[in-house]
Design a protein around this ligand. Sequence first.
Ligand code: DCP
Ligand code: MG
Ligand code: MN
Length: 357
Amino acid sequence: MQKHTANDPAGPNSSTIAILQQMATYYDQMGDEWRTRAYRKAMGTLRKHPTKVWTKEEALALPQIGDRLATKIEEIAFTSRLRRLDNARAHPADQILQTFMKVYGVGFAKASEWVKQGWTTLDDLIDNAELTQNQRIGIEHFEDFNSRIPRDEVAQHGECVRKALQSIDPAFEVIVGGSYRRGASTSGDIDCLITRPDTTLSQLRSIIVDKLVPSLTLSGFLVAALATTSKDTGSKWHGASCLASSTTWRRIDFLFVPSDELGAGETNNATYSLEASLTVLFAALIYFTGNDIFNRSLRLLASTKGMRLNQRGLFRDVIRGRGREKLSDGTLVEGRDEQRIFAALGVPWRPPEHRIC
Ligand code: DCP
Ligand code: MG
Ligand code: MN
């Protein structure tokens, strides 16, 4: 794991990394996985490098940095910017694409389809495009969903959910995760992890979907239901909420997590200790705390150690085939808190506020 993070002023390459990060995000949005990966690898290398990298030659001498990226690093070091990024931002079609991609649930494919139709504004879409219900909500509340939520408002939304759940049953717990748990002063949405002892995933799901959501909708707090996923990997509910004191709609996500062996589900070993089953909860908490890039690097690290980390747990003795495909699930590692999961992975402990890559 890296010593410096992108916004750590102590890192000698932090300003270069910040610009490479914007470029990586840009390529990620374009669906260009190959370039995204190349940029992230280069950022990883620079983060570990103890001195400022100025020239192409210096950059080329480092691992994971090829010729073209080395040229870019030199340009950024000397000019503090990257022409390619400026061009991307100035190009009108790209800007329209970027705007369309900020509509909830709209990815690169849909956005570029709209650009090809010649539509240039959100109003064009409302007037002309065939929209799903969610896309319509996403466009009508475009400003709302794309504005940052102040930290204390995130807490208030979390509190509304907590109150409603605890009036159903005081044993419910709500943890606000995501960027809020990492200590951010503003968040893009409200991520609520919901759990209750001795409750299976399907029990949780039915309480949340059949009781919590209807009651919070009736009270006017939940204003839209956008998506529910109910895969065996856990369940999510996506929607929008609004405080009584406000008219701004916020994006809110629920993640339902079974906290004990009843819900631990489908691993091969029949007996679970309480500790192993708590891993399920804490692996979900680590997942939902993020950020996404930190999660990716933890998972990768787990796989290099013959383990597997996902939002359902940390598993040991995973057997992989030649193509690194998983042949057996392995057994659930024990741990009653996040720190033990980090320890089992052999990673130094990082509190949530330092989990940014
Ligand atoms: N997550 C992930 N991979 C993704 C999306 C999400 O691992 N592709 C995890 C890590 C995130 C958490 O889920 O921290 C919540 O996702 P959000 O999209 O809500 O992201 P954040 O809360 O981190 O940031 P924001 O303030 O933009 O909501
Ligand atoms: Mg979030
Ligand atoms: Mn979220």
